[in-house]
Design a protein around this ligand. Structure first.
Ligand SMILES: [Zn+2]
Length: 393
């Protein structure tokens, strides 16, 4: 059977003027058994590099005869985000039409829980201890199949109990994405970050793939849940492993065969012809490594680093002003070095005095991963993020 690519458009929102926003979803298969891959980009409206990467990745797929398994591919998953502009600037990190504004990548839900809800009318999640007990002696394929069925049932129950009241747009968007992806084996959510170098967010269990994506700086996610898609996808499996462990059954995590990645493809609101091709190749190379695409995967050599999430430090402006950069994304900094100066001309007195220059000093050694795109800041706004306590991968 030859390669088949189909497109389906999912309506996601009707605007006041009657326009219908739709999400194009591509399904790719050649009928061969194999993993299920979920790949998306552009949940944050300004983050367009992933749209270009997927455009080239789809072209690459069309040149192939076969894939193993199926791929669900969404080049631009958030039309409202992409369309959000204010005075010419891309602004779609959150739904600007909401009174309760939430980051579009903090909207996802965890469909597992440690204890059942005592309200029978509340949406029912998968109760981990109960599930593990029921499948104490099941083989792995049965566990995986039953767990996915239970996750799907939890999503359906939540939808059925909330839909009659209407849903916030972010809630509907999250449910749509989780319905497309919950039963995948590999999830890849393409992002960018301010004025940034390439980097990766993933879990300890998936670190080895960084060399196949050719992403040299990785932030290793911890066990906290903040509503991010990679967490919502992988944490149910990590927690399931622990539930079995409590019963005395050790299941190596790799045996579940699930992985999740958030590659950050450089800076926001930029698109580049060469980068599109290179970024498509990153995804393709990882999928060769995982046997979805034919061909030899390249394990990139050289220095790769990772650090734990707690050591990925965000610096916030201590006061308002204008940012004069001394360092840039990709630069290494030493503790005590000045990263930037906040220029506060409003503090300037007639006699030339005033606290007009506030240095922003690195507190630890590290690498600047991303920096604010704007040089105008209020107190408390993010200035830059520095990866510290780097370990070799
Ligand atoms: Zn993002």
């Amino acid at each position: 059977m030859s390669l088949q690519i189909t497109r389906q458009d999912l309506p996601i929102r009707v605007t006041a003027s009657g326009s219908v926003l739709k999400i194009p979803v591509f399904q790719v298969t050649s009928g061969l058994p194999g993993p299920k891959v979920y790949l998306q980009a552009n949940i944050h409206g300004p983050e367009i590099a992933g749209i270009g990467a997927i455009y080239d990745f789809l072209a690459l797929l069309r040149s192939l005869n076969t894939v193993r398994g199926t791929l669900t591919i969404v080049p631009s998953v958030n039309p409202l985000g992409l369309d959000s502009k204010v005075s010419g600037h891309q602004t779609g990190y959150a739904d600007l039409n909401e009174t309760v504004v939430g980051n579009f990548n903090r909207i996802y839900q965890l469909w597992v829980t440690d204890k059942p809800s005592d309200d029978p009318e509340a949406p029912q999640k998968v109760v981990l201890d109960t599930f593990a007990e029921q499948h104490r002696h099941s083989d792995l394929p049965m566990i995986k199949q039953a767990f996915r069925a239970a996750l799907g049932a939890a999503i359906a129950d939540y939808t059925a109990k909330n839909a009659p009241y209407g849903m916030r747009h972010g809630q509907k968007l999250a449910l749509t994405i989780q319905r497309l992806s919950y039963d995948a084996d590999y999830l890849i959510d393409l992002h960018t970050a301010g004025d940034a170098i390439y980097h990766l967010f993933t879990f300890e269990e998936c670190l080895s793939a960084a060399r196949y994506f050719n992403l040299r700086h990785t932030i290793q996610l911890d066990e906290s849940f903040s509503g991010v898609l990679d967490e919502a996808f992988l944490q149910p499996w990590l927690r399931l492993q622990k539930a079995f462990q409590k019963l005395g059954r050790t299941i190596p995590f790799a045996d579940f065969g699930v992985e999740a990645f958030t590659p950050e493809l450089g800076s926001a609101d930029t698109l580049d012809r060469i980068a599109m091709r290179e970024d498509a190749e990153r995804v393709a190379n990882y999928l060769r490594y995982r046997g979805v695409l034919d061909g030899r995967a390249i394990r990139h050599e050289g220095e790769f680093f990772y650090a734990k999430q707690d050591h990925y430090r965000r610096y916030h402006a201590p006061t308002g002003g204008l940012i004069l950069w001394h360092k840039h994304a990709g630069d290494r900094v030493m503790a005590g070095e000045t990263i930037a100066t906040l220029l506060r001309t409003y503090a300037l007195e007639a006699d030339g005095t005033g606290e007009t220059e506030i240095p922003i000093v690195a507190l630890e050694d590290g690498v600047i991963i991303s920096a604010s795109e704007s040089q105008v800041t209020h107190e408390g706004m993010g200035i830059c993020s520095i990866l510290t306590r780097l370990q070799s991968l």
